[in-house]
Write a protein that binds this ligand. Sequence first.
Ligand code: GLN
Length: 199
Amino acid sequence: MTARIGVLALQGAFCEHEEALAQCGADVCEIRTLEDLKGVQGLVLPGGESTVMGKLVQEEGLLEPLRTLCRGGMPVLATCAGMILLAADLPDFVLQPRLGVMDISVRRNAFGRQQESFTTFLPVQRFCAGAEDCVEAVFIRAPVVERAGAGVEVLACVDGHPVAVLEDSMLALAFHPELTWDLRFHAWLVRRAAARTRH
Ligand code: GLN
């Protein structure tokens, strides 16, 4: 059982995601143009610089096609800048191009500058077996969720702010599982994409 997973590869840390997905048995491809979306069953929106990534997505004419796929229930794993791309509300950067398909309000760079990057151990609901079972979560100029809509499930928090959220088939993480080789989130994406295709 495998699935074709497209990794948005216009900017940012996409190579590590590709490697993690390959280890989960996915058929991985890079998304740079509309053509690349053909046959894709799941998507990764990687970390990077969301302003640049959003602009490039817009320039490539990918904003609307990606929105349509997300709204149509395509499984998505978004990390860090990817979470920002998904956010419906971005109060401090209202005009920043993004998909805006997830019912969350996000604050960019919520933990401060690059020097304030940190690692912590988080029990992430649905993905961890209990409080003892944690994910090593690397935060790099990470965003936080300030408001999560009624249909959004909060899976983990730091300082009371949601940093892992799930809405339908979209999973958004403020941290970077692709940097610690914790494959649980990528495996979830591949499973979900494969299961959806079979039905
Ligand atoms: N600070 C970046 C932004 O606002 C996100 C950082 C990341 O993806 N590691 O776009």
